[in-house]
Design a protein around this ligand. Structure first.
Ligand SMILES: CC(=O)SCCNC(=O)CCNC(=O)[C@H](O)C(C)(C)COP(=O)(O)OP(=O)(O)OC[C@H]1O[C@@H](n2cnc3c(N)ncnc32)[C@H](O)[C@@H]1OP(=O)(O)O
Ligand SMILES: CC(C)C(=O)C(=O)O
Length: 510
């Protein structure tokens, strides 16, 4: 039989201790309701004694929750405990979280108390909390830097005074999985109690070990975990609850532990916290990062297309992500590319696909990511070029002197004949256009030159439109290329070609 893990969410308390994060009253209520929907067992809604606003917010959340228990934080003082009691008295289910530091450094410098005074305070305040609450959680703050013999004494004192939940905080993210797990094992084997005691983990991510430490606690008997959505919290943050929930689900074979989490609400919950906290989720963050279900390299994309399980240990839908994505980049392969062409509605023969794939790779080499609009541009460009009378084979530019530039242009007709010439001009475009005029031996008047970017970003593909006038007639040309000068060259060659073709048909000029 699998055992139940209680998920204790402290996004609204420790999560809000993230520097720069300050949820509004309304946001706090919305977050609490979303956490209830996500299925957490307990919400630490705040620290009611810390301010009137915090008190009122905990009160509103306590009144709004139906299935999830509300919890408030209290120092070892009667007034803090009373504030939690007063603010949660109308809750359907409630708990209190009383804490006091036990490590030598906290005793000596912060609290300025002896070990005896600490034990006396735990006894007095936990016992007082127990007169008001059925569920009293006690945390020996900085437990992982507390010598084990004193930690055992502090926990035994709390349990004797009525605490039924013992939370072991790795307050400064100092512990490592084996060590942290051993603390639970020792406490569970050593602490004596007439009532049931649930052990809980609370980890910080200063060494990036918060989730691993939380999982190690389960392996050693903890049945509750504290953490925050997206891992937000003091300094480097808390245990990421979405990572814990998914680790337990995906590796059920190993942990054999269940939660009440409604996994398909995971992404929504994460998005809400990100929005309200103003903290962007890193793209590579497990489960909820933008890249968590995104595959860019060709071999992975090919595997995903053949069977998603080749590279995905959970489906995106499991956590509420609509679908995985296969963004195209320079490391992508032909399988993902042809899938994209189908999605975009292009029906190409295998030979055509090979040709377009070459162009895609050349764009991908220059751009970070090739978007759908890039593919459309490549397709537009290649269709355009297929129908073109002349292809631009080469373009070379060089600074000369006095601001002049020289251009060499090589074009090829449909029969494979090549034509080339060179010229100078006062700028790149002028020199290119002069060289093209020389190739065609005709000098139209350039009426209009316009560049449009047809894809996004600084590395966008360009579409150049030109209008030229030959013998009182207007001819237009379009050139599409990643390189603006190349696009300009293609556009002008097209306009020239149109005039030459008309002249030929009309017998004006050969
Ligand atoms: C590890 C954690 O995350 S613990 C939670 C941390 N969260 C917060 O601190 C956020 C909310 N805090 C606050 O709004 C304020 O700090 C308050 C209202 C709690 C206290 O404010 P102040 O009275 O101005 O005191 P201040 O914050 O400067 O100092 C904390 C005091 O609490 C004492 N204290 C700290 N922890 C405890 C405890 N568990 N039990 C009893 N007293 C404690 C300190 O020794 C210090 O006492 P002193 O004034 O006699 O020196
Ligand atoms: C109040 C306690 C549990 C805490 O937040 C910590 O020690 O990090």
């Amino acid at each position: 039989m699998s055992e139940h893990i209680q998920i204790f969410d402290t996004t609204l308390r420790d999560g809000e201790q993230t520097p720069g994060v300050n949820f509004t009253f309304d946001e706090r209520l919305k977050i609490a309701l979303q956490l209830e929907k996500w299925g957490v067992d307990v919400i630490e809604a705040g620290f009611p004694a810390s301010s009137e606003g915090s008190f009122k917010s905990v009160e509103s959340i306590a009144n709004a929750l139906t299935t999830t228990a509300v919890c408030g934080l209290a120092r070892c003082t009667k007034s803090d405990i009373d504030a939690v009691h007063e603010s949660t008295k109308n809750a359907q289910h409630r708990q209190i979280h009383v804490f006091l530091a036990t490590s030598p450094i906290h005793l000596e410098f912060k609290l300025k108390k002896t070990e005896e005074e600490i034990l006396a305070s735990i006894k007095e305040n936990v016992a007082y909390a127990k007169t008001l609450f059925n569920d009293v959680q006690f945390s020996p703050e900085d437990a992982t830097r507390t010598p084990l013999p004193f930690l055992i004494k502090a926990v035994q004192t709390a349990v004797d005074a009525g605490a039924n939940i013992i939370n072991i905080p790795d307050t400064v993210g100092y512990s490592y999985p084996n060590e942290y797990g051993q603390i639970f094992k020792t406490l569970i084997e050593t602490i004596e109690s007439k009532h049931e005691v649930i052990y809980s983990s609370h980890c910080h991510d200063d060494l990036g070990l918060a989730v691993a430490n939380g999982l190690a606690a389960f392996e050693n008997g903890a049945r509750r975990v504290e953490g925050a959505i997206n891992g937000i919290g003091e300094r480097a943050g808390n245990t990421s609850l979405e990572e814990i929930a998914l680790a337990l689900y995906v590796r059920q074979d190993h942990y054999n532990l269940t939660t009440n989490i409604n996994l398909s609400e995971t992404k929504n919950t994460s998005d809400m916290i990100s929005r309200f906290s103003g903290l962007r989720v890193p793209r590579n963050k497990a489960i909820v990062g933008r890249n968590a279900f995104s595959h860019e390299s060709g071999i992975h994309q090919d595997g995903i297309l053949k069977n998603p399980e080749t590279y995905e240990i959970m489906t995106p839908q499991l956590v509420g992500v609509v679908k995985n994505t296969l963004p195209l980049g320079k490391l992508s392969g032909k399988h993902a590319f042809s899938q994209k062409l189908i999605e975009l509605g292009y029906d190409l023969s295998p030979d055509e696909q090979v040709e377009v794939f070459k162009q895609f790779k050349s764009v991908a080499d220059k751009k970070k990511q090739v978007t759908d609009r890039d593919i459309h541009a490549i397709m537009q460009g290649s269709e355009h070029e297929e129908n073109a009378m002349y292809k631009v084979n080469a373009l070379q530019l060089q600074f000369v002197s006095n601001g002049l530039q020289s251009a060499v242009v090589v074009i090829e007709d449909k029969e494979g004949n090549t034509y080339q010439d060179s010229s100078i001009g006062s700028g790149s475009i002028t020199s290119i256009y002069n060289a093209i005029d020389r190739i065609f031996d005709q000098s139209p008047e350039l009426q209009q030159y316009r560049i449009e970017s047809i894809t996004e970003g600084t590395d966008a593909q360009a579409e150049v439109h030109v209008q030229v006038e030959f013998e009182d007639q207007i001819y237009t040309g379009i050139g599409i290329d990643y390189d603006i000068l190349y696009a300009s060259c293609k556009a002008y060659v097209e306009a020239h070609a149109k005039f030459s073709e008309t002249s030929l048909k009309e017998g004006v000029k050969s």
